[in-house]
Write a protein that binds this ligand. Sequence first.
Ligand code: SF4
Ligand code: SF4
Length: 374
Amino acid sequence: MVKNAFFQEINGNFGFGCMRLPMNGDEVDFDQFNQMIDKFIASGLNYFDTAHGYINGKSELAIAKCLSGRYDRSKFLLADKLTDVFFNKQEDIRPFFMNQLEWCGVEYFDFYLMHAQNKDNYKKFKACQAYETAYELKKEGYIKHLGLSFHDSADVLDMILTEHQEVEFVQIQFNYVDYEDASVQSRKVYDVCVKHNKPVVVMEPVKGGSLVNLPQDADAIFREMGDMSNASYALRFAASFPQMTMVLSGMSTMEQMEDNLSFMADFKPLDENEMGAVAKVTGIFKNLNLIPCTGCRYCVEENHCPKNIRIPDLFSAKNAHEAFHDWNAGMYHDIVCQDNGKASDCIKCGKCEHVCPQHLPIRDLLVTVAETFE
Ligand code: SF4
Ligand code: SF4
């Protein structure tokens, strides 16, 4: 990993992604979050990442209660984001940003990102002068470093970075399954960051958990290598590339945090043998043809689905059915649908597809879910 001058203040190369926090029902489990934060900071690490959409605004509020409310500001670095659904014109951006500072209980953000940039929403960011507004906030000291997070093809990133050279870093989806994937294009997107000399922050290193719960034959390959967890191969794969500055992990239990810290607090890149095992697992995974949903839940939060269809949970049931021949998948599907819409209730309005960072054809995929389970 390399660090340019902007990132000297980050300790280590491992960040706490606050999209999937420990929960008690619908509320963040503050006690457990406190303990996880304490453990993380005691391990010498300091990078936290949130966004207003995470857990319907509860992630930012939990940051205020458990992090900024309990630690001196010099002890942590905080990244937050501007998401397209929270503004419609340039004048909306500054008040929303000021609210974000208040929700998080801080007076500045160390890192602020134009969120989930793609060809479509970039037009809105441009029309509303979002980059220019964020740059003004930076000049006023409310933002230390300006970046973007990205979900589209490499040529779109190349265009944005050419038009906005003031962007200091880029957050990308990067994991061993998406590395050569034709739609996610992790490798090509990473190469564009190298071309523009931008430090890279990695999101989705375990592909929303898919690379932790591996199918049996893939799991067996890592078990033969020793007792390191499946997550360890995924995170270390992403962190092994020289332009990577930070790998984010969305941890929701202390157990996950302890496992992640066991190999990231004192990081070593994958060796040749381990890279070989990762290549074999990638081959098995690709043959399964799973739905590449990362479980980010953007499509179900903020009332995106008028039929209240729990899209990622249905996709998860479908993947469990295909990958693990899970006898429970049908029962899990029925539980998900108990108080919510089922796949065949979809009225094909397309609202979910508009916000899906993976650009999934959700309406068509729901047809296959209905065929499998209903
Ligand atoms: S297309 Fe279907 S699943 Fe998507 S938001 Fe509309 S009703 Fe819900
Ligand atoms: S379908 Fe798309 S938006 Fe919904 S959880 Fe999956 S990846 Fe996220």
